[in-house]
Design a protein around this ligand. Structure first.
Ligand SMILES: Cc1ncc(COP(=O)(O)O)c(C=O)c1O
Length: 359
């Protein structure tokens, strides 16, 4: 079976050594030394001034919305993982969906302004598949309307824009270190912000609001992560360059064959250094996508309709007709991509797709 993704697992001995150190210290969670070390190493690797390590990428979104005090309406994308939308609703806000750009599949900035009302307090956009949004255009609109910007950068570990980490953009940027992500801590996530007050607030919020053993600065939640998760992150971080290079190599191998298939990959921003987090392919027709999806499945090759359905069709939001998104969700597939995928396996996948197309 070829899965759509496989988690990276480091040499067991390396993880075991760190677990042994946890046993010796008997400090399992609550801002332990490995959590601190991971935060430090991630700051160095990403070259960002600050970050807060959290239990997952969904809590990261919820804390970001809460810390920026967003209420009322949040302009957002219909083309993302469900956590982007559910976090908005969970925080008592209303998602207002704007269509996506047909080339990048990110929120289309030219359509944001018409969705802004007196109730709008923020924009929550996803850098889909790790490909940066048009951050300059979005920031310009936000500044003009006095709105906060959150980027769901769950897919973005390693992506840079104009030479700096994509996590540096927006009022708050969030990410996920879930096992399926190219850098992972089994479960995990983080928030990034340039604003010291917002960061401070988020650091209280991730720990029940504590600012001392018996005092509470904010309303909080349990967003902490454990020493065991941090240990996995510390070991995995040693392999990150290898992982990024391998994904690039495999993606380029796919590219060399898929140029003969009726469809295309999302357009990457020319100022971005992409991390090859996924291998999405948008077929020209829903019929071709469905046929390929089924033929690959019977050959035990699992692709994923990532993302399907449109988030603007969820039963708990105001259903919105968005023609570009509605068309893309019917035609897109993420093909298998992980560090141990082989050239032979890619060859087999593209041969099946080409056979379906040419029949
Ligand atoms: C775009 C996006 N946002 C948020 C999340 C949620 O992250 P987590 O699974 O760490 O809660 C994911 C996870 O896949 C995601 O893809």
């Amino acid at each position: 079976m070829i899965p759509v993704t496989k988690p990276f697992l480091p040499p067991r001995e390396e993880y075991k050594n760190l677990v042994d150190s946890i046993w010796e210290r008997q400090w399992l969670t609550n801002n332990g030394p490995l959590v601190n070390e991971l935060e430090l190493k991630l700051k160095e690797y990403l070259n960002v001034p600050h970050l807060l390590y959290l239990s997952n990428g969904t809590i990261a979104l919820q804390i970001a919305i809460k810390a920026l005090e967003l209420r009322g309406e949040i302009v957002t994308t219909p083309f993302s993982y469900v956590a982007t939308t559910s976090s908005i609703v969970w925080e008592g806000c209303k998602p207002v969906f704007v269509d996506i750009d047909p080339n990048t599949l990110n929120l289309d900035p030219t359509k944001i302004e018409e969705a802004i009302t007196p109730e709008t307090t923020g924009i929550l956009a996803t850098h889909v598949y790790g490909n940066p949004c048009d951050v300059d255009a979005i920031q310009e609109i936000a500044d003009r309307h006095n709105l906060k910007v959150i980027y769901d950068a769950a897919h973005c570990f390693g992506t840079k824009y104009k030479g700096k980490s994509i996590f540096e953009y927006g009022d708050v940027s969030t990410t996920s270190f879930h096992a399926t992500k190219l850098f992972h801590t089994i479960e995990g996530g983080a928030v990034f912000s340039k604003c010291p007050e917002v960061l401070k607030k988020m650091s209280f919020m991730r720990n029940f609001g504590h600012d001392g053993p018996e005092s509470f600065a904010e309303i909080g939640i349990n967003g902490k992560n454990s020493e065991f998760h941090a240990a996995m992150g510390l070991v995995n971080l040693k392999y990150i360059e290898e992982i990024l290079a391998k994904r690039k190599e495999l993606s380029e191998y796919y590219d060399s064959f898929l140029k003969n298939v009726k469809g295309r990959s999302p357009q990457l921003d020319s100022q971005a250094e992409y991390n090859f987090a996924y291998y999405p392919f948008v077929f020209d027709s829903p019929e071709l996508m469905q046929l390929c999806y089924k033929k690959l499945a019977v050959s035990n090759i699992n692709c994923r309709r990532y993302f399907y359905p449109s988030l603007a069709s969820l039963h708990y939001v105001n259903e919105t007709e968005l023609p570009v998104c509605n068309s893309v969700v019917e035609r897109v597939l993420c093909l298998p991509l992980y560090h141990t995928l082989t050239y032979e396996e890619i060859h087999m996948i593209v041969r099946i797709i080409l056979r379906v197309q040419n029949n």
